[in-house]
Write a protein that binds this ligand. Structure first.
Ligand code: NAP
Ligand code: MG
Length: 402
């Protein structure tokens, strides 16, 4: 069989532990036999990040700006235990954080829906894509413990020395205090990424804040979204019959639960942190959550939402069998290849991405799955497969489809 040709390389970011093992298996079994794969390879495995003083992470993000599309394997974010385990020179920062900062992007997470793995919320029929604004608010706040009576103020000193003050509270006794901020530029990028991704995926955008209570802070988010929508996206949305819908966050939560899904839910930083875990869990499994970083400049980085599955990796190292679910990582590859195909006008590559996803879903729907899904499925007569056999079953399915 003639392998499908590519014209522009994908930026390939390899990673750590069990997902690194799956990465190689997916390439060998599901991609390379069918696609004349072109990638520019960056090894973001922790050893190589340490060896290059994390330069490799920066280089991989720069390459993403050059080529436009990347696919990333899960990576270890070092903590004290990892510094010891890998004898690191430094506690390197989260690669995802570094890449996100360089691409100025927003992360969109969506579940892979299959028959037999039913969401806990009965009405949900289509995926809900959650977009989290990943800058500022409580994540970059300054805080104080107030020991006793006194006056707390917000003070802003402009560069020309002009001072503005706003009373926060006159304390009569002990308490706590917090000051947080956000940036027009960052909210702007967030809004653009959301609207752009909505156009890419043909979905409505829902956005919610608490602007009735936070009349300046949250209201700013609402205004920026509204302005960007009106000036840059409204025409394209109307042409595609898509909607931008703003409401209050508490109303949004109620509506989401009663909805059938199929839209992008844009959330402020904290709301996104909380709601993404809720949505992921309610859809069934972290191993079925896909994730894509979309920059307002049109760069895309696809990955799985889960981590490196460390516990399974240690079993693998001991020679024990593992049953790790590769779906989200497979969908990172299919998402990246489809986007590459769209950008380069390669219909064969787009079709291949569709076949890969369909074969993966059909494999599960035919009762062949990894242990995590076997534990939650409604299907009868399930065959639990190990990590490698699951991928080989998908390959067999693909071969019969192609
Ligand atoms: P994790 O890798 O997501 O795994 C947590 C648990 O969830 C696993 O032990 C496993 O449960 C289950 N699980 C997750 N993915 C699975 C899959 N594909 N198939 C089957 N089960 C799956 O999170 P972690 O163990 O907290 O983190 C490990 C490392 O990943 C950390 O070093 C962290 O820094 C890194 N991390 C990276 C990213 C990223 O690169 N995007 C994201 C998160 C975490 P059972 O053990 O019960 O089977
Ligand atoms: Mg969280």
């Amino acid at each position: 069989m003639e392998r499908i040709k590519m014209t522009t390389p994908l930026v390939e970011m390899d990673g750590d532990e069990m997902t690194r093992i799956l990465w190689q298996m997916i390439k060998d079994e599901l991609i390379l036999p069918f696609v004349d794969l072109k990638t520019e390879y960056y090894d973001l495995g922790l050893e190589n990040r340490d060896r290059t003083n994390d330069q490799v992470t920066i280089d991989s993000a720069e390459a993403t700006k050059k080529y436009g599309v990347a696919v990333k394997c899960a990576t270890i974010t070092p903590n004290a235990a990892r510094v010891k385990e890998y004898n690191l020179k430094e506690m390197w920062k989260s690669p995802n954080g570094t890449i996100r900062a360089l691409l100025d992007g927003t992360v969109f997470r969506a579940p892979i829906i299959v028959n037999g793995i039913e969401p806990y919320v009965k009405t949900w029929k289509k995926p809900i894509t959650l977009a989290r604004h990943a800058y500022g608010d409580v994540y970059k706040a300054s805080e104080m413990v107030i020991p006793g009576a006194g006056k707390a103020e917000l003070v802003y000193t402009a560069e020309d020395g002009t001072v503005s003050r706003e009373l926060v509270h006159t304390f009569k006794g002990a308490g706590v205090l917090q000051g947080m901020h956000n940036l027009d530029d960052s909210i702007d990028s967030f809004a653009k990424s959301c609207f752009q991704y909505a156009l890419d995926t043909n979905q409505d955008v829902w956005f919610a804040t608490k602007d009735t209570i936070s009349k300046k802070y949250d209201h700013r988010f609402k205004d920026i979204f509204e302005e960007i929508y009106e000036t840059e996206f409204k025409a394209a949305f109307e042409e595609k019959g898509l909607k931008y819908f703003y409401t209050l966050i508490d109303d949004a939560v109620a509506r989401v639960v009663k909805s059938e899904g199929g839209f992008i839910w844009a959330c402020k930083n904290y709301d996104g942190d909380v709601m993404s875990d809720l949505v992921a869990t309610a859809f069934g499994s972290l191993a079925m959550m896909t994730s894509v970083l979309v920059s307002p400049h049109g760069y895309y980085e696809y990955e799985a939402a889960h981590g490196t599955v460390q516990r399974h990796y240690y079993k693998h190292l001991k020679g024990e069998e593992t049953s790790t679910n590769s779906m989200a990582t497979i969908f990172a590859w299919s998402g990246a290849l489809r986007k590459r195909g769209e950008m380069d006008g390669l219909t064969e590559l787009i079709r291949f991405a569709d076949v890969l996803e369909k074969a993966s879903i059909q494999t599960i729907e035919s009762g062949k799955m990894t242990k995590d899904l076997a534990l939650i499925t409604d299907l009868k007569d399930v065959t639990v497969l190990n990590s490698g056999d699951f991928i080989r079953e998908i390959r067999a399915e693909m071969e019969s489809m192609l």
